[in-house]
Ligand binder design. Structure first.
Ligand SMILES: Nc1ncnc2c1ncn2[C@@H]1O[C@H](COP(=O)(O)OP(=O)(O)OP(=O)(O)O)[C@@H](O)[C@H]1O
Ligand SMILES: C[C@@](O)(CCO)CC(=O)[O-]
Ligand SMILES: [Mg+2]
Length: 305
């Protein structure tokens, strides 16, 4: 059996805009999806979502990886079992982590010789196929770890303050939200295109602030980015409640992370405010998760093949 794992991610800036090639800053964080793989008679995919064969309803991302790999390198059946600390459909990159960890598992089982760049780009092709339109960000960051600016794919300094996630527990589909933004952009191009470009500018300014460890200003720009995400229609009441409660409890800044429409928000905070922010996220109906950046991207955890 082989076990590979890959991390979740949060966006400091730039989700949605990055689909249109604007800048984003994204960090890999300390929650992982583990994929176990071994040879078997048939294709079996087992996760908290169910046990299936190739099944594009229940396991679209993993099914697409299996089919694409088997086209390139025909192999017997495999049994894949998935365990994950990453809430599914919550803006923390659960799809990218499962895709990247599954590709890495096949890479080692079938000795495909893919390097990390190839794993990331294969992962991106799967996200594009299933999501409709997708940036390279989630799969690249989950593969490489650390804090990365996309589209240039430059590694930046990790934020040294606390990252507090608030999960609304409302499921959201990234594909649907990306399609919603695309539709708004096609109806009002002269209004939506400059908003996306301004989101990209918050990310470009954010880079210098991250370098200088100016978390107060970084938080201020995250709040600006949040206003622009609301403007493109990816906010919701549950997220707003968690974001406003976090700010009131002393966060440097707070915004949606990932696709929005439910899922998670992210607050930046110093040590003194963590407890108050976590408490207020709970009072506002969310689940707080205190996390940090990991430099460990996709990796092999176990291999006895
Ligand atoms: N542990 C898992 N096991 C099997 N499939 C998973 C797992 N985690 C995620 N997935 C797949 O990914 C889908 C969710 O992906 P989606 O892109 O909509 O959300 P996300 O990746 O959590 O959020 P975001 O893309 O905004 O960061 C699930 O519906 C499922 O198909
Ligand atoms: C909404 C989005 O920008 C981030 C989802 O985590 C989509 C993408 O980049 O593919
Ligand atoms: Mg996703």
């Amino acid at each position: 059996m082989i076990t590979c794992s890959a991390p979740a991610k949060v966006y400091l800036f730039g989700e949605h805009a990055v689909v249109y090639n604007e800048s984003a800053i994204c960090c890999a964080v300390n929650m992982r999806t583990r994929v176990n793989i071994e040879y078997s008679e048939n294709i079996v995919i087992k996760s908290s979502l169910g046990t299936t064969g190739i099944d594009y309803e229940i396991h679209p991302y993993v099914s697409a990886v299996v089919e694409k790999i088997r086209k390139k390198s025909p192999c017997r059946g495999v049994s894949i079992s998935i365990e994950s600390d990453i809430p599914v459909g919550s803006g923390l990159g659960s799809s990218a982590a499962v895709v990247v960890a599954t590709i890495c598992a096949f890479n080692n089982l079938l000795k495909l010789g893919m390097d990390k760049e190839s794993i990331a780009s294969f992962g991106h092709s799967i996200e594009k196929e299933i999501q409709g339109a997708a940036s390279a960000t989630d799969t690249y960051v989950s593969t490489m770890g650390g804090t990365i600016e996309v589209p240039k794919r430059r590694h930046l300094k990790n934020p040294l303050c606390n990252l507090i996630i608030g999960n609304t527990n409302v499921f959201s589909s990234t594909g649907q939200l990306v399609a919603k933004v695309a539709s708004l952009k096609s109806i009002y191009p002269e209004i939506i295109t400059p908003i996306l470009s301004t989101i990209g500018k918050t990310s470009l300014r954010g880079e210098g602030l991250l370098e200088n460890e100016d978390y107060r200003a970084l938080g201020e720009l995250m709040d600006v980015n949040q206003g622009l995400l609301e403007a493109i229609g990816v906010g919701c009441d549950e997220l707003s409640r968690l974001i406003h409660s976090s700010r009131a409890a002393g966060a440097f800044g707070a915004k949606i992370t990932g696709a929005g429409g439910g899922g998670c928000m992210l607050a930046l905070a110093d040590n003194e405010n963590i407890d108050a922010i976590s408490r207020e996220i709970k009072n506002a109906g969310g689940i707080p998760i205190i996390t940090g950046v990991t430099d460990s991207g996709v990796r092999v955890d176990f291999d006895n093949e």
